[in-house]
Design a protein around this ligand. Structure first.
Ligand SMILES: [Zn+2]
Length: 125
């Protein structure tokens, strides 16, 4: 993976031009964080390749959730926690806090992996 690909992925940019935003609003906008552009505002590639495409992104979101749960459990265990309610409270709170990011990154990663859209330098700038 090239540094440009990782940077574009982390910033939620279009997989073809790495310039246009996939999402219309910032992830901190809790009312509209899920609103996506239908097509890239820069290169006009369709960001939903087929109807229902993003249903598969649930599996990516599930993977992110499990990875976060394992990491939090490990950290709490290392710090000597023994109460299951602390585990549950910390994990549920963390997952609610990162829900907008989980939603967006599961869609971004899914589009980059399975969208069939390759980077094309002719569309940059
Ligand atoms: Zn684009």
């Amino acid at each position: 993976m090239s540094p440009n690909l990782i940077k574009a992925l982390l910033h939620g940019k279009c997989p073809r031009c790495h310039t246009g935003d996939m999402f219309a609003y910032r992830s901190s906008n809790l009312m509209k964080f899920a609103v996506m552009h239908e097509s890239c505002p820069h290169c006009q590639v369709r960001l939903e390749p087929e109807p229902g495409f993003y249903q598969g992104a649930m599996y990516v979101g599930y993977g992110i959730t499990v990875a976060a749960m394992v990491a939090i459990t490990g950290i709490l265990y290392i710090f000597g926690n023994s109460s299951e309610w602390v585990y549950i409270g910390v994990i549920v709170s963390f997952m609610v806090l990162i829900a907008p990011l989980n939603y967006r990154y599961s869609r971004i990663i899914y589009l980059y992996l399975f969208g069939g859209i390759k980077f094309d330098s002719r569309y940059t700038q």
